[in-house]
Design a protein around this ligand. Structure first.
Ligand code: PDD
Length: 314
């Protein structure tokens, strides 16, 4: 019987497995890696702007915090991981010099290889994998028209069970909710916590607007401290836009004037419909549009600052 063909990867989509760079489809991690066996690892998703990783120090800080939280001792300096990311991006650029898009970069660290069992001492050396893939950017049309979202019946992992602040490779909680979004033909599923308060999306943080005030769940609701969320909160503060972090119920979200989602790869995306109801006629509301434009300016400012500090380092 013919095996179904693997979906074709692009030749500039590369994997760096413990320093060995190859095309993704040729890269392997041994089956007794505890990342594969148990989801025992943590990761980051970074994106490039103009082929340079954006906000990498912030992502590496969060990676270190996630690793500490699962007592995974990373033997690499942040400088080493940053160098490996750069090296893999350069290889991807060389593999297809005509590629004009951006990259999504997944930095994964696992407990490493070892016999079956949960004892961390079974694994003497963590594994470091960096995937550089083509970023599927949202179109301007998506940024205006937004996505449909559902409220998932799956509850976000409680902080006491598996703190969502840990960006863990153990993603079944998110995957189960994402399956419901897919069944409903929606682009994202929004999860509440076990106490019934708004938490986050499967891949995004959630903001909503009521009477001109922007609201988002506080970290104590059990969410990832998103890098994009942090940037948006800082923009709201510095521009004096009314906002708060708090605990919100389903009714609050359903009564929102505007809703938007934030993440590294999607940036800021309006929710056009929630549970089949129109949130804001025309998709994007005025505050979402303002935040999108402030965010874009901030990205450019951060990029400028990063490239200046790089050139001053030589
Ligand atoms: N997702 N919440 C969850 C559960 C996430 O997985 C993500 C990121 C976010 C947003 O965080 P940030 O702004 O730092 O990207 C919130 C990334 C894109 C991913 O898993 O690939």
């Amino acid at each position: 019987m013919m095996m179904p063909a693997m979906p074709l990867m692009h030749t500039n989509e590369l994997a760096n497995v413990n320093g060995a760079v190859s095309e993704i489809e040729k890269a392997c991690v041994p089956v007794h890696d505890h990342g594969f066996l148990y989801g025992d690892g943590v990761y980051e998703t970074v994106r490039t702007y103009r082929s340079r990783p954006f906000y990498l120090p912030g992502h590496l800080d969060r990676l270190a915090r996630s690793a500490d939280a699962i007592r995974l001792n990373l033997p690499w300096s942040r400088g080493h991981i940053a160098d490996e990311v750069d090296r893999t991006i350069r290889a991807a650029l060389q593999a297809d010099p005509g590629y004009v898009g951006e990259f999504a970069i997944r930095i994964m660290t696992t407990r490493g290889q070892g016999p079956l069992g949960y004892d961390p001492d079974l694994c003497p050396r963590p594994t470091l994998v960096i995937l550089v893939t083509r970023l599927r950017q949202l179109s301007d049309q998506d940024r205006q028209a937004g996505v449909a979202a559902i409220i998932s019946s799956v509850r976000r992992n409680p902080i006491e069970a598996l703190d969502p602040r840990i960006k863990s490779s153990n993603l079944l909680n998110n995957i189960l909710a994402a399956q419901q979004a897919r069944d409903a033909g929606a682009g994202e599923a929004i999860l509440f916590n076990t106490a019934g308060f708004l938490a986050e999306g499967t891949l995004t943080n959630v903001f909503f607007v009521k009477h001109g005030r922007v609201m988002t769940p506080g970290l104590d609701c059990g969410i990832l401290s998103g890098i994009t969320r942090e940037i948006v909160l800082e923009l709201l503060r510095s521009h004096g836009l009314p906002h708060e972090e708090g605990s919100y119920r389903r009714e609050d979200l359903l009564a929102a004037d505007e809703i938007f989602l934030t993440s590294t790869t999607r940036e800021i995306i309006p929710v056009a419909r929630l549970e089949g109801r129109v949130v804001h006629p025309g998709g994007r509301g005025p505050i979402t549009e303002r935040v999108q434009s402030l965010f874009r300016q901030r990205v450019e400012a951060i990029q400028e600052a990063e490239s200046e500090s790089e050139s001053s380092r030589g």
